[in-house]
Design a protein around this ligand. Sequence first.
Ligand SMILES: NC(=O)c1ccc[n+]([C@@H]2O[C@H](COP(=O)([O-])OP(=O)(O)OC[C@H]3O[C@@H](n4cnc5c(N)ncnc54)[C@H](OP(=O)(O)O)[C@@H]3O)[C@@H](O)[C@H]2O)c1
Length: 317
Amino acid sequence: MIELSKQKYIRQYRWSNVLAMMQGGAKELKECTDDFKGRLVVITGATSGIGYAAAREYASHGANLLLINRSEEKSIALCDEIRQEFQVECDYKIADFSRLTEVRKVGKEILYSDLDIDVLIHNAGIYSTKKIITEDGNELVFQIDYLGSFVLNYMLKDKLKAQGKARIIFVNSEGHRFAVFGIGLHDPTYEKRRHSGLGSYGVAKAAQLLSMIKFVEYFEGSGVTINAIHPGNVKTNSGSQNGRIYRWYKRNLIDRSAKDPQISATALYYLGVSKEIEGVSGKFFNLTKEEEPAPPSLDREVAEELWHKSIEMAGLE
Ligand SMILES: NC(=O)c1ccc[n+]([C@@H]2O[C@H](COP(=O)([O-])OP(=O)(O)OC[C@H]3O[C@@H](n4cnc5c(N)ncnc54)[C@H](OP(=O)(O)O)[C@@H]3O)[C@@H](O)[C@H]2O)c1
């Protein structure tokens, strides 16, 4: 017997959403060729995959970068590469999102800095087949893919609002649709329900879309916009920390049809810079094509509940 809350979502599903997802956004990828000289772009998780391609894309158009990564060594090498190749400014801050103290520390540093942010891309994320609990007591994927971005965004929201211009982009995923019956906020650490790689990934991405509902309200009329993107199925290091079976599956099945992360970078540049996106907020894009998220990611009541719970879980206020 499916409980009532689950039935609520099932009734809201529409085939058109699923079809749109299956068609993907790669065929209609829009590009922006405007330059972004001297503007400041902040990107989390820029040391590989989509974040790396996006950092290079923005730098190639003249943007200065502030990268938030977990590896100092990779950050130094990346900033050297970017400065040399594109003659832009590149700085970095270190935060391992599996430790919320580190995320809050970086949030505080940026909050009290005079950085004038034009684009903020929340990209850091992982996919984990194993259930891992962080030292903060949260499920790892929920913390890295959702709470980390929530903490930064929450801490910087007043500053961004006062600056009145930033475009915030969540690198989300079509995977949010795996949270078919919602995010299970009553059990975020999977004590009473089964944990799976797809399930926990779906929950984290759906939670991020739910947080977007509240951030949109907060930024309304301020000039700040916030949108989410599915960056395509692209070949990256995602999931490389998982076991041999997953890595075999990824190499032989997922990566076979995966595209180059340059398509994600092109889309992230379009969403961050194009005039066509000016004033657009609260939308979910499959690359550059707008799509409707799955019903559990549009639930205002849960969004409200999640907002308060996230503040508590993230040790804010
Ligand atoms: N690839 C796809 O097809 C796809 C599809 C949909 C959505 N996405 C989303 O795209 C985003 C980027 O993923 P990707 O595919 O580019 O994977 P990736 O190549 O593994 O890149 C992930 C980035 O996040 C960083 N990161 C991982 N764990 C971290 C932590 N604990 N603290 C701080 N940073 C951390 C990584 O740093 P290190 O270099 O130090 O590992 C790396 O810079 C993720 O949010 C993912 O969910 C990807």
